[in-house]
Design a protein around this ligand. Structure first.
Ligand code: GDG
Length: 472
């Protein structure tokens, strides 16, 4: 029986060491929820790093046994590998380049070599477990070389690849010293997916210029195979967000939060700490808004949730200091005895509390400098069960392509952001309802289950077409 094998840098599991041994808990990211319907079925599996370093030899078997119960298989990585392959090449070279922050990118030969070795390590694990008629679905920028590595060992196997972050313009991508190897790595796949058509265009253009292969209508001819490239905008688990927003528990949390905030208007901002998310730019816009519109003093609060992320990387440490200082400055300038203009949280919240924030927020302020998709704005829409609310969304987020009824802004244009805040906070209820209803319908229809099915069906179709060509 042909199986499906999901592969990503990280397995959807949280393993903790306690006094009584290790504990294993599933981690509930959007991807894990969506792919749950795939890897938990039959003999299907998910391969990835379990997120812990082995301290004793005996731990290896224990982790393997426990993960097997959840249809997962580990690739163990050392601390040095994580430092060089994950924090180094993935997050200090690829991440900034792919988000148009090339000035932050480091070009370290050691990081590249570690990246190659770890991709090979993932390949060895796949080759150990895969049969030639299985389907492999590889995820994201940490594993760009994996499709070709797997193809060398299993020439006829079906391989899909999806990239969750943007693919930059050729002019930016070409700055990478290892640009050609990266493209060749990806071309081992049968189907390559991105969130938007712009990403597809940029990728195809890079392949034409740097590898010299012909391409038309999203099909790249490698000589012996055709590789399909297409856009698959990722969705969320709509029902989960809508149902939670409706629940008693969330209504209770919302009430306590609202009382604490004295029923002021709420502008909500939620991101991982990342320079691609435009957090300082957003704070500066809010500061200017308070300066230009004093009538909103004590009337509006910006709830800013920043989830700690990659705190070992220098640029992220610097960003944390910048955000801390900006929040301090704004609150120092405008705060009163009973009002803090910015309520800043540098930690994550349990799911129900997040849902209560989504429900309470009159405005969601989602203004990344660059984002592959951005799921926060979709989660906000799914949680607006009363039909009101306003979404301010950056044009630079993949989601802007689908959510054109949002107030779209350029995150570099501080005056435009100030205007958008004013427009959002004074929007008549019927205008809000029309835009929310339309965007909510989009998010509901193109949900995570739809996304998984669309990609999987297209992958099967691509392989079928290739087989037809081989046999005729
Ligand atoms: C990458 C791409 C693309 C945040 N705070 C809390 C919390 N979160 C959850 C949100 C959301 C997720 O984190 C963030 O997802 P995003 O899509 O916004 O951003 P990235 O993490 O950068 O994701 C991105 C995505 O991959 C998928 O392809 O959209 O462009 O960069 O789900 O809800 N969750 C909880 N508490 C928090 O405090 N429980």
């Amino acid at each position: 029986m042909a199986r499906k094998i999901i592969v990503s840098n990280r397995l959807p599991v949280k393993i903790k060491r306690t006094e009584n041994g290790m504990t294993f808990e599933p981690s509930e990211g959007g991807l894990a929820t969506g792919l749950g319907s795939v890897y938990k079925e039959g003999d299907n599996i998910w391969i990835g790093w379990p997120g812990l370093y082995l301290e004793e030899e005996s731990e290896e078997q224990q982790v393997i046994t426990e993960l097997q119960k959840e249809s997962m298989q580990p690739v163990f990585l050392t601390e040095t590998e994580i430092k060089e392959y994950y924090e180094g090449f993935s997050n200090e070279t690829l991440w900034p380049t792919f988000h148009y922050f090339s000035q932050f990118a480091v070009y370290e030969q050691d990081y590249w070599e570690a990246y190659l070795r770890v991709n090979q390590k993932f390949c060895e694990r796949i080759v150990k477990v895969a049969n030639p008629d299985d389907t492999i679905w590889i995820h994201d920028y940490q594993l760009l070389l994996l499709p070709s590595l797997v193809r060398e060992s299993l020439p006829d196997i079906t391989i899909g690849f999806f990239q969750h972050i943007p693919f930059p313009s050729y002019e930016v991508f070409r700055m990478l010293p290892w640009r050609k190897q990266i493209l060749q790595g990806l071309l081992g796949a049968d189907l390559i997916g991105f969130h938007t058509y712009d990403d597809v265009r940029h990728f195809v253009s890079s392949v034409i210029h740097l590898v010299g292969l012909p391409a038309s209508n999203g099909v790249i001819e490698t000589g012996n195979r055709s590789v399909m490239v297409d856009a698959f905008p990722m969705g969320i688990d709509f029902d989960k967000y809508a149902d939670t927003a409706h629940s008693e528990k969330v209504a209770e949390i919302e009430k306590t939060f609202e009382e604490a905030l004295r029923y002021r208007k709420i502008v909500l901002s939620i991101d991982r700490l990342d320079y691609s998310k435009g957090i300082p730019q957003r704070l500066r816009a809010f500061e200017l808004f308070l300066k230009q519109y004093p009538e909103f003093h004590e009337q509006v609060t910006l709830i800013m949730i920043v989830v700690p992320s990659r705190d070992q990387v220098e640029k992220y440490k610097e960003l944390k200091v910048e955000v801390d200082e900006l929040v301090g400055r704004i609150n120092g300038l405008y705060r009163t005895l009973s009002w803090a203009p910015v309520q800043y949280y540098y930690h994550s919240f349990p799911f129900e509390e997040l849902s209560a924030f989504y429900r309470m927020a009159h405005v969601a302020l989602v203004t990344p400098m660059r984002d592959g998709m951005n799921l926060v704005c979709k989660e906000y829409l799914a949680s607006r069960t009363d039909g009101t609310g306003v979404l301010i969304l950056s044009e630079m987020a993949g989601a802007a392509k689908e959510l054109s009824e949002a107030i779209l802004i350029n995150p570099n244009d501080v005056n435009q952001m100030v205007g958008a805040l004013y427009q959002a906070l004074t929007a008549p209820e019927d205008t809000q309802r029309v835009a929310i209803a339309s965007m909510m319908a989009t998010v509901q229809q193109y949900n995570i289950h739809h996304w998984v099915k669309l990609f999987m069906d297209r992958l099967a179709y691509t392989k079928e077409k290739q087989n037809e060509l081989i046999t005729t």
